[in-house]
Ligand binder design. Structure first.
Ligand code: ARG
Ligand code: ZN
Length: 886
């Protein structure tokens, strides 16, 4: 990514990874006092500093970071400094009169959580106080060396009105509680573990506490506390169970035990991201805590469990061992996403989870990696760090971790993890340290593997296979090539999981020369390290169909010439569930792109009956569970299809996709009805695996059936909607009913609204379901934008309407008159002044403008330019817009 910052002298400047320097001072101990009030909060700090002589000269001043702080007082070693002793700008406090190389600095500042709409630092949500400090929000609370390599122990006193804020929480252990004058009280917290400031947290409010315990592998009892608003008291069971399962799993899988005696999770309804792993006091978007079967779908339940696990796993991968600097973010995020994915795979289905993940990776990360915000998983530069909490750092980062596992094996990976903790517990380290632990624990050379951290873009892996019948050999040639946007590409160390499928559909032995094919493994991990390498397998007694990149063993675009017949064969037989699904995707993708090209020329569309038959076979294959069947019939989405084209005509892509969906719906009607009937769980709602697979298939079938809008299907959806005793079925039925205009649509939306208008998370669904529906155009968007339940101040609500419209409603967003782009740009401009982090997420919908044909590309670009013109644009949005236009 390149950022043009030359426009004005005051344009925000990037920071570079290569410029890393250790801090000029270390901090050992921090003591904080918070006096929380209705108009303003006072924060007093007492910080023990020690000069880092390796970096700064004796006598040089101390420079601390801050933002939006009103400084009331500064003293050193108990003596208040006069005006000449210190000075403050908007972002820096410089203290000159230092008594020596180690001293205690005290400051007192005034901050305004009550008007903090950016939701970074200390802010208010539903009348309570809470914090979000990652990445650089702690400096909005007090003057500090707000960087992750400065680690200290904290002692925190929180004082507030006792009636309004009976719960006063911070990190670590609650060590004291006392009454204060005027109906106030104080609670003192001490966190014995050294931590960086981004893991600091404070919560004050009137909250319900849902309690549980966990007994650790060494027999310690941990208190678990989940704090929610009182109205949500009956939606905490699943979160607590998820936490207990996560704690158990991390002990069993990685031998990792929880360290403090208390683990708290607080749900807040205004939150910029998913959740935050603050030491001993996680703060969560309520979306990832609250779950009750009538308000949360099966997918929501799974997401709650995954995010709870993710934040819990951070206690070791993130907190005990943290990042030296923010460029290393993937050190903790890629690793922790990898860990939560393995957890979910263990708790649900490995195959289904892998397919869901790769589908997401291709739709979001591959798109990011080929667009203007492309960056390596370890970025080289940033202007606003919050912009780099991306699917590249998280999801591609997790793919890179998964490649270590594929290369080293599960046991080898575990050895590497053990060594990583043995070496680095209590430290702030780098991705290179992690890679070294993996290499050293296994006696392997992983130098070349660093390129996955250095190079941006998605490499292409080209596979060419050749069967030599007379010699009974099969030769596979693999070639890696540079992503278009990575001019400095050098070959990566790439694990390619491989198999040969024989004519019966069974795997064949993969024997190298001199080996016995009947005893050889049927799956091998080939390590590609050169640009091109070949492998020859012997004793291949019949023409096989190759299955390359099984399990999606590397995050690349696979290119391989394959006939429709071979793809259909793999779709029916591959023993690797991922590749089986992916063969279908490749088949559909080819068909859809060819149809889109025809549609763009105004030609008539027809669908090859073989494609219909391939899907019919899958639907009726009783060896597949309902989730795998529903994944098998989901077509590649707009993002994946448009990545395969330059000068995308969105209207033609949509037309082609609609055509295939409608044809499948018509041709498979009987099969879909039968599948739905057989799959739907009967009786009262249950949340076991079988029922979840059943609902997923039944609802996917209903979704596909409803594409043609026939009356009997609408009635079926109406019946399901009226009778549903759970959100999975209710939401799915509503999702069908809104696709076609008519009284069924308005009535269902009205009924849903009346039932759920008091529940914010369900109302988010009400907005999102409409925002992604077919009839939802800009006029409909404007109506919801003006709806009394809409607000720009709640990030979940913004994502449900603006985010879904911009990123999931391709019809409405890509309206040919540019009205969709204008509406989203209007929202970005409004959000920029309220909440730059959320604005900078929304604006990314315009990033791929160069990929589109005229007039779309020009219309998108014009809106980016309009945003760039805004005076006082946040650096968050500035960075995105200037890279998009750069
Ligand atoms: N570390 C959090 C996680 O678990 C993400 C927090 C990011 N928040 C932010 N404002 N950048 O993934
Ligand atoms: Zn994380």
């Amino acid at each position: 990514m390149t950022v043009t910052t030359s426009d004005t002298a005051s344009a925000p400047q990037p920071k570079y990874r290569k410029d890393y320097q250790a801090p000029g001072f270390w901090i050992h101990e921090v003591e904080l006092w918070f006096d929380l009030g209705a108009d303003g909060t006072t924060v007093r700090s007492s910080i023990r500093f020690e000069r880092n002589a390796a970096v700064t000269e004796p006598g040089s001043p101390l420079v601390l970071m801050g933002e939006e702080l009103e400084t009331l007082r500064v003293s050193v070693d108990g003596k208040e400094l006069g005006a000449s002793g210190w000075s403050a700008t908007a972002t820096e406090l410089t203290v000159r009169d230092l008594p020596g190389d180690s001293f205690t600095l005290e400051t007192e500042v005034r901050i305004h959580p009550e008007s903090n709409t950016a939701l970074s630092g200390l802010y208010r949500s539903s009348g309570n106080f809470c914090t979000q400090c990652e990445a650089e929000g702690f400096r909005r609370i007090t003057w500090f060396l707000d960087r992750p390599d400065v680690m200290a122990t904290y002692r925190v006193t929180v004082t507030a009105d006792k009636t309004k804020y009976p719960m006063l929480l911070s990190n670590g252990n609650r060590i004291e509680e006392r009454e204060e004058e005027g109906g106030r009280h104080s609670v003192v917290w001490e966190d014995p573990f050294k931590k960086p400031s981004y893991l600091f947290a404070l919560v004050a409010g009137d909250l319900h506490c849902h309690r549980g315990t966990f007994e650790t592998m060494t027999g310690r009892t941990i208190d678990l506390e989940i704090y929610v608003e009182h109205k949500d008291a009956d939606k905490c069971d699943h979160a607590l169970g998820s936490l207990q399962r996560s704690m158990k799993w991390d002990e069993e899988t990685f031998g990792l035990e929880y360290d403090l005696d208390l683990y708290m999770i607080v749900a807040v309804s205004d939150f910029n991201m998913g959740a935050m792993e603050n030491k001993g006091l996680n703060v969560f978007n309520s979306k990832y805590v609250l779950a009750r079967t009538d308000t949360a779908s099966d997918a929501d339940f799974e997401a709650v469990e995954a995010v709870i696990a993710h934040e819990y796993f951070h206690n070791w991968t993130g907190n005990r061992v943290t990042c030296r600097d923010w460029f290393q973010l993937t050190l903790k995020e890629g690793l922790t996403v990898y860990r939560d994915a393995r957890f979910t795979a263990d708790k649900t289905s490995e195959a289904v989870k892998r397919i869901d993940d790769v589908q997401g990776l291709r739709a979001h990360q591959f798109a990011e990696d080929s667009g203007p915000m492309a960056h390596p998983i370890r970025p080289e530069q940033y202007i606003e760090m919050n912009n780099f909490y991306t699917s590249t750092v998280y999801e591609k980062g997790a793919e890179v971790i998964r490649m270590y596992e594929t290369l080293l094996g599960r046991d080898g990976f575990r050895k590497g993890m053990d060594l990583y903790f043995e070496r680095h517990d209590g430290q702030a380290v780098t991705c290179d340290d992690f890679r070294a632990a993996m290499a050293d624990a296994n006696g392997r050379d992983l130098d070349q593997f660093e390129r996955w951290y250095l190079q941006k873009g998605t490499p292409t892996l080209k596979a060419v296979g050749c069967y030599d019948e007379p010699n009974q050999t099969y030769t596979l040639e693999l070639t890696q090539s540079a992503p278009e946007n990575e001019p400095h590409f050098e070959p990566t160390h790439m694990p390619v999981s491989f198999g040969l499928v024989g004519p019966t559909g069974a795997d064949m032995g993969l024997a190298f020369e001199g080996e016995d094919a009947s005893k050889a493994p049927t799956n091998r991990v080939l390590e590609l390290r050169e640009m091109t390498q070949t492998w020859t397998f012997h004793g291949v007694c019949a023409r096989p169909v190759p299955s390359v990149l099984r399990g999606f063993s590397a995050p690349v675009n696979l290119e391989m010439e394959r006939s429709q017949e071979d793809l259909a064969f793999l779709f029916a037989h591959d023993s690797d569930s991922f590749n089986r699904w992916d063969a279908g995707q490749t088949l559909f993708k080819g068909v859809l792109l060819a149809l889109a090209d025809r549609a763009a020329k105004g030609e008539a569309l027809t669908l090859d009956p073989a494609v219909v038959e391939a899907v019919r076979n899958l639907l009726n294959d009783e060896s597949l569970d309902g989730s795998l069947k529903s994944q098998a019939m989901s077509l590649p989405g707009f993002s994946v299809l448009s990545q395969a084209r330059t000068h995308v005509n969105p209207a033609a892509l949509i037309e082609a996709r609609d055509f295939v969906i409608e044809t499948l719906s018509r041709e498979l009607r009987g099969d879909l009805l039968a599948q739905r009937k057989a799959a739907r769980p009967t009786g009262a709602y249950r949340a076991d695996k079988e029922s979840i697979h059943g609902r997923r298939l039944a609802n996917a079938a209903l979704g596909l059936l409803s594409a043609t809008g026939e009356d009997d299907i609408i009635e079926m959806a109406e019946e399901q909607f009226a009778a549903a005793d759970n959100m999975t079925d209710s939401q799915a039925a509503l999702g069908c009913l809104v696709q076609i205009p008519g009284s069924h649509r308005t009535q269902a939306l009205q009924a849903f609204y009346e039932r759920w208008s008091g529940d914010a998370l369900v109302m988010d669904k009400w907005f999102a379901i409409q925002a992604m529906s077919r009839p939802f155009d800009v006029a409909a968007y404007e109506l919801l934008r003006a709806h009394k339940n809409f607000t720009m101040e709640n990030p979940n609500r913004v994502r449900s309407l603006v985010g879904v419209f911009a990123m999931q409603n391709f019809r409405g967003f890509h309206a040919q008159d540019g009205s969709g782009y204008r509406a989203v740009a209007d929202a970005v401009l409004e959000l920029d002044s309220l909440n730059p982090q959320v604005a900078s997420r929304m604006v990314r919908a315009l990033n791929p403008w160069k990929q589109f044909a005229a007039p779309w590309s020009d219309l998108m670009k014009a809106q980016l330019e309009r945003i760039r013109e805004k005076k006082g644009l946040s650096k968050d949005v500035f960075e995105i817009v200037s890279s998009a236009l750069g």
